[in-house]
Structures are given as structure tokens and as C-alpha cells.
Write a protein that binds this ligand. Sequence first.
Ligand code: DPP
Ligand code: ZN
Length: 844
Amino acid sequence: PRTIYLQDYAPFGWQVQSAHLTFRLAPEATRVVSRLHFAPNPGAPAQDFFLHGEELTLIRASIDGEEITPEVTPEGLRCEVPSGPFLFEAEVEIAPAKNTALEGLYMSNGMYCTQCEAEGFRKITYYPDRPDVMAPFEVRIESDLPVLLSNGDKVEIGEGFAEWHDPWPKPSYLFALVAGELVNHAGQFTTRGGRDVELNVWVRPGDEHKCPFAMESLKTSMRWDEDVYGREYDLDIFNIVAVDDFNMGAMENKGLNIFNSSAVLASPDTSTDADFERIEAIIAHEYFHNWTGNRITCRDWFQLCLKEGLTVFRDQSFTADLRSAPVKRISDVLMLRARQFPEDQGPLAHPVRPESFQEINNFYTATVYEKGAEVIGMLKRLVGDEDYFKALDLYFERHDGDAATIEDWLAVFEDATGRDLSQFKRWYSQAGTPRLRYEESFADGTYTLTFHQHTPPTPGQEEKAPQVIPVAVGLLGPNGDEVVETRVLEVTEAEQSFSFEGLSAQPVPSVLRGFSAPVVLENDIPRETRLFLLAHDTDPFNRWEASRSLARESLMASVTEGAEPDGAWLDALGQVLSETGLEPAFRALMLGVPAQAELARALHEKGVTPDPEAIWTASERLAQTMAARWEGMLPALAEEAKVEADYVPDAEQSGKRALGSAVLALQTRLDGGAAALAAFDGATNMTQQLAALSCLVRAGRDKQALEAFHAQWKNDKLVMNKWFGLQIALAGPDVAVERTEALVKHPQFDASNPNRFRAVLGALAGNHAGFHRADGHGYRLLADHLIDLDSRNPQTAARMAVAFQTWTRYDEGRQALMKAELERIAAKPGLSRDMSEMVSRMLG
Ligand code: DPP
Ligand code: ZN
């Protein structure tokens, strides 16, 4: 496959002045008629006229009304064109019902829908399918289906047709079309500027009751973007459509967002608190793209983080504002460490702005999204809130309507703040997680912190230069009082010192507060210091971090030396748990212990080959010890976690339920599942029901509960995904593979539905000890299914192949088994470009 390089960027030779598309929908033979007005692009180098197009049957083409016979290849179409402006017309035939890749125009449960980002539009018609070509679109849809939607505003809706017009020039990846038997949950929003906007959430009949939360989330997002970023909506209508078969979470098509139904449908009976929070965040994310993504888009796909990093940062801030900022920060860091760190530290490491790719779909990664958001967060920390918003205002003013680059973005910050960001830019070009270490000294009332930074090599990048690392630091006095409040130190050198004067005694530093930069802090901080920080730190993140690192060390000692869980840490944590002044959600997070995959990574970093079975055993033992040690305080915690009021998925109630679930899990360790059974029977919402079921699965007492759950929810696809996933994800290592094998034969397993596929195979990959079973059965089972899926849906298959990215961490036996599976996948004839790129990168 061909590799595409950032440095080869050249503008397209023509502009599309307007695009007119007519769709005559039919499952096996949809006709797409396009009328495209082209004019030469004055700034572009000379080039052949080439339009992207894949899997299209060309019926006819013409230029200025004259039939032409273009040269057609599997990638597109080439022809001679006039030197001035011209009208290009084409008619193609496509088969949405046969489109299993879910890219372009496809069918899901009898409805038509599209997914064009990144390069799906070329499967709809011939077009310059690249984000820097922007045009206003007019769309006519002809079909007997009752609801026909596209981008922009309605022009005319009649019997058997609908016409839409999107006045905002947009790249083809933001095109969308939906047709089906849908019903709408309607709403209304008046913008700050007085525009009345019609809002709709479109779903299949029967799902209406699952729409109100998404609608409220949309309105809240619209208001938040006005209040915080000064951004208003710009059309008279905003539609959201729920689709069952969808490769991603959701898509920000202009005026017509298309959502994976799992990211929009919600009701207390069928959705957990975590689902509600995720839906609220995704609705916000896609809505926020209207300005950061649509009004200002990316020049090319290497700039993906320009819209994704910023929009993730915006949705994270939104959730932090609406709910609890410390809890949100901790959750985001957990996610970053679980998903982005392994990527940045393994064979798939790539910069936030990659410099080459074979298949762009492989770069919708945790690095581009989550590390991309961290980079924005650091920028904001460095310049301060006021300058951040000044720069954002300038960004919107200067680049509205543009397809922009990271250089444009940084120039805005340089111009707005007068800062030189040339070193900061390394965050976009250097892959790998920087390592930070500090030394302390204290003399004559002056306390000095000396930092050392380095970034290990990553594929293709041997040498790394120092980065700009904002390190938020506070100092605590010996009695636990804060003697120096949080201050952001800018570490820019490989080694650099910072001094604090006028201290009466040597302080205890609280470093990297709020996780102020996405780095690994390498210090072996003494256990006594961590216990001190756990007890006294005023920074909630570092308080949590102190406990987390004590937990990690205790578990590592169990794995490597068979040590007992650390009693001093458990007692200190027990103290924190009984602090009723702390919000329940925070205490629920404090009760969390490092995931087994996190321990594997931590051991690997210390030069110890992780043994998945030993890690599992140590984790089980710790949970048992926690339960036994805290037995006395569990009833009080359970009492505090009680919610008397009617269910609402807000931060306060969700936090209590999270604490209650954590307590129930410990209780189950003591009573073998008696309390969980009662909780399962008495559950009045999905959060409680699923928490109780999780306890029963872990305790191995799940047979009847799983049957009851199935009987209750067998007709609800989204809830059934939970049923499938849970019993694998939480199964013991001895049964996880067998359960997966049984469930892929279940009549309701459907590999062509990405949600169901991920629920089952993703759960196996996430069951650390089960997946890494020494005999390689887990590896083989996953590889079998990835090979099978790859022939139909390369995008989803390739993304799930990241389960193998850590293969070089393990013992020789496991390495050989995983490598053999990767090689088996690589050798498959007809392997997709997506999968072949992923596998060859992992094999190195
Ligand atoms: N739909 C994906 C997202 O919103 C890609 N743009 O992140
Ligand atoms: Zn996005």
C-alpha cells in the first residue's frame, strides 16, 4: 500500500463553487447524479484533473453538457478539462445494502445513512474528497421512505422527495444523508443572537422515550458554547439521528449529526449513570465541532488533532463545569493512561500530528484525541485563561471558513499572547511519553526542585529534544498545611531548577498537580511521603494519585515477592473514605485499584516481565483484603450512598450510586453474593442492576441472574451489549475464553454490528488474564474474528487489533504466540489496507 506524507501536501487545482447531488435511493442500485461547478484554484500547482471515487459504477459523465469517457481506476477518475470554469456532471450507481464497511452510504435496519469521515464520500460519487475542498451543497433525495434528511436547511419536502440546502461551504467528509422510517423527538432553542432553531432527535419508532436526555444535553451544550466560547449556532435546524450500525461513536456532519445509537439513546431503565455521562459528553462533542471542525476545518488529515484535540478538550471542560471537575480530571487521566500511554509507549506510537499514514482511519487514535486534548490543556495552563480565550477569539475570527493547520493554530496563540511557541510545537511532532524526574534540596530557607526530562525513542524517532512541560507544584509544610500554593513551573530544559524562598522548614512537594502534563513522573517517592500526601494534599488529583501509586506498589510487591497488601496504605485510605465531607464520586474513585493491564505496564517499566496470572491473583487478594479490613465501615458507606429521590443521572446521584456499587463489590467479597443478589432483585434502574450483576459475575454466582437479565432485556440491543460484554469482561481467567467461544455462537451475536462485535471480542481483549492465557487460546480466538471481520468491515477490525500492541512486553512463550497470530493475520490474502498497516506497524 502507498504511504502518504504530510510534507507532500499540495492544494487541489480547482475549487468547487457549488455541489448539487440527486439521490434516487434503492438498496441494491442507488443512483447518484452530481452537478459540480469547478473553477481553477489560482494558488495551486499544475496537475491532472482527478476525482476520488471507489466502488462506484459510472453510468455517464459530461463536461459542460458534452459526454466524456474518463479514465477510471479503482481510486478514481481522470479526464481533460477546460482551462476556465466548467460544469462536471456524473451519474453513478452504488449498492448501499451491500456496503458492510459502513463507510459511504449504507443501510442499517432498513434505513439509509452515511459516514463520510474521513474518506467515505468517494464511495458515494466522484469528487475531490479532501478536507481543503469546501463547497455549498444542494441535495435532492428521491425515495418513498417517510423521512429524508440531509445537511443544512430544508428547501422543500414533498411526496417522495426532499430538497436540502447547506449554505455553509463544507468539505465532503461532513456530508450526510439519512432516509428511513423514523420518528422525531422535537425541541427548540433560541440562540443568544435571537435565532430560533428547530431541534430533532430522530429514532426508530419505539425508542422515543430514550430521547429526552439527548435533547436536554444538546440544549445545554448549545448554551455552554455561547457562554464559555461565545459561539452560536448558525442554521435554523439541527438534527441528530440514532443508527444501530456505526463504526464510531458519532459524527459531526453539518446540521445533521449521525450517532451510534449507544451514544444517544438513554433511559434510567436501560442506561447506566456512566452511559448518561458519556452521551452528554458525545452530544456536546459533536455539537462543539460545529465551530471547531466545521466552520474551521482541517487542511488535510494530518491536522486531525486540530479539530479533535480541541473538541475533546472542550467537551472535557463542559463535563467538568457541569459535574465535578476533580472527578472528571481523574477519569480522563485514567482513560489516558489506559489507552494512550500504551499506544505512545509501543509500536503504534505516533505524534499527535502524524507525518505519514497508509490508511487515515487508523489514526483516529487516543494519541490524536486524548493526547491532543492534553496539549490544548497545557497551552491553556501556560498562557492562562484570559489569554487562552483571547487566542480562541482570534482563531475564530481569523480562520472562520478556512481549512487550517497546526501552524495556523499556534500562530494565533503567538499573536494573541506574544509567546514563542516553537519549542511547544514539539508536542505535535514528537511521539512518546516524556519522563520527568525531580530532585529536592533545602538550605537556608530555600527549597529547590531540579527536574530532569527525557523521552524514550519511538518508531522512526530515535532522538528526542526537550519539551515544554508545565509542572503544577504546591508545597506542604511538615504539619500538612499548604505553605506554597499551586504554581505552574515551565520546564523547558533537559535539566532545570526552580527555587522557593523564605520557608521555615523543608516542605513536602506535591508535583504535577491536576496532572498538569501528560508525562510519567519517574520518582520513587518514599512511601511515607505518599501517605502524607494521601492524608494532606489539597489537590484532589494528587491525593488520588498518592493512593493510586501506593496501590500499584503494593500490588507489584504482591506479584513479585508475594507480599501482603500494604496495611498502612489501606488504613490511610480507610480514613479518607470515611471523610464525609468528600464527595461520594471522589471516594468511589479512591476505592478503585489499578487495572491489571496498568500493572502489567508498570511492571514492564520496572524491567519485570508481567505474569498475567500472578497479576490476577494479586488483584483478587487485594480486593479480598480491602473488604475484610474495611468490613466495619461498609454499612455506614452504604447508608451514605443511598439515594431516596427519584432517579436523575446528575453528578450528585451518580456519585452516590458509584460509591454504593463499589461498596457492594466489597460486600460481595465477604458474603459471596448475598447482598448483590438482593440488590439485583431490588434494582430500580440499570446502574444498580448492572452493578449487582457485575458483583455476581465476579463471584461466580451469575447463572440465574444472567438468565433473568436476558429474559428481561433480550429485545433491547443496547442493553444486550452489556449482557454480552459483562460476562466476559469480568469472568475469571480460566473461563473468559470459553465464555467468549460460547457467546459468539449465541443466536443474538451479530459480527456485522460493530457494537455487538466490540461488546464480545473487546471484552475478551479487555480481560487481561483471560486474553493472555498461557496457551494462546485468547489470542487465537480474537485473531480468528479479526480476520473474519476484516473482509467486511476493515475499519472496526483494524481498530480492535490494537489489543496486540503490547505483545513485546510479555514472556517469550506469549510473545511467540501473539507474534504468530499477527503473522497469521498479515498473511491473509486480500487483507485490507487498514489491517495490513496496523499489523505491520505492530510487527515493527
Ligand atoms: N465522529 C468523530 C468525532 O467526532 C470523528 N470526527 O470525533
Ligand atoms: Zn470529534
